[in-house]
Design a protein around this ligand. Sequence first.
Ligand code: NAD
Length: 416
Amino acid sequence: MPNQTTHQATTITIPYIAGDGIGAEIWQAAQPVIDAAVNKAYENQRHIEWLEVLAGEAAFEQTGEWLPQATIDTIKAQQYALKGPLTTPIGEGFRSLNVTLRQTLDLYACVRPVRYFTGVPSPLKQPEKTDMVIFRENTEDVYAGIEFAKDDDATQRLIQTLQADFAVKAIRFPKTAAIGIKPISLEGSQRLIAAAIEYAIAQKRPTVTLVHKGNIMKFTEGGFKNWGYQLAETTYAAQCFTMNQYNKIKAENGSKAAEAALASAKAAGKIVVNDVIADNFLQQILLYPEKFDVIATCNLNGDYISDALAAQVGGIGIAPGANINYDTGAAIFEATHGTAPDIAGLGKANPCSLLLSACMLLEHLNWPEAAAILTQAIEQALQSQHVTADFAQLMPEAVCLTTQAFGEHLLQLIHS
Ligand code: NAD
């Protein structure tokens, strides 16, 4: 970690992957803005030395590999990186480079803060009510990539074993089925849920919601929910009250006693840990987004939920993310959108997702003053309707800026 004394001269090396498609444009616009925020916050005493590491198309062109070992080694050594979007190579046997990076570095928590910036077009009447931080499990679930293709010998053997040895009768078309396996473990779930609870404690957020589909997948997603409640009621007993405890009190002593226990836990400043089934959650975030603060969820649910919530507050052009291993400290901060091939090279891309991911990185480095300056510049630009094409098309009064001009506008705001 860098020296944390304000204004003491510090230079920190941060590896970056500009990325494919719109990656180069958003990186060129964003990097001077991040540097300016750091310079202003620490009166030129702290500096970021950006170290380019290769991944994606640039890596393939220069080294013949999509994700060179040297890139993984550098990120491991430095502990963090800032990353633009990467193309998923097309063809048999290629896995998403993002998934590979997350799994190789065991970045088990995908953290996505979702908040509204005044001025941004939103499909909601009151988008400011959406203010959540999603903790999505990043290493398990169907993303483990354990799949067996239709017609493979292995698939047929697996199906026969399931039928003969495990009395599985529910494979509707066994001769033509492909099979996927969904591992969800106690350790994998609890380390993610612990990160969400720790975050809620540190940020004084009143609730943590476990989002799952345990009504159908009782042992995997149901396990996630049960292990989450167990963790909250044991390791975090002093800081949490769970709806599981509420329901037990209600069953034994009635509703009034349960309500009294809940009220007294809240009065004592405890975090309320509850759970919601994933489909219901997708309804609730549209109807009552103010009910939710910190969300902990399995990998696939988290994928859908992150994009749905991002859309509520303006879309993926402004949605930041981080992939973190809280045990090793390794973290990759990344724009959550893809390479946007439809607008690449046209100066239409919004660099806010990358910039807000950089804010998360600055917070992670314990450089919150720089993060605040950067966030404030983005707030001012959006509020005064200086925006890139993705927003401008929905804002009749907006000043539509190119990616580069938007970056320059933020620089002016930081220097003003
Ligand atoms: P995408 O996110 O690239 O694009 C979806 C839509 O959003 C497009 O219309 C695009 O123009 C728009 N968009 C995305 N980012 C924008 C921005 N910053 N500003 C303005 N508009 C923006 O998703 P896709 O088209 O499904 O994927 C394209 C490629 O990106 C694929 O190879 C995919 O695998 C990859 N991908 C990478 C990541 C990542 O690196 N984290 C994430 C998603 C997809």
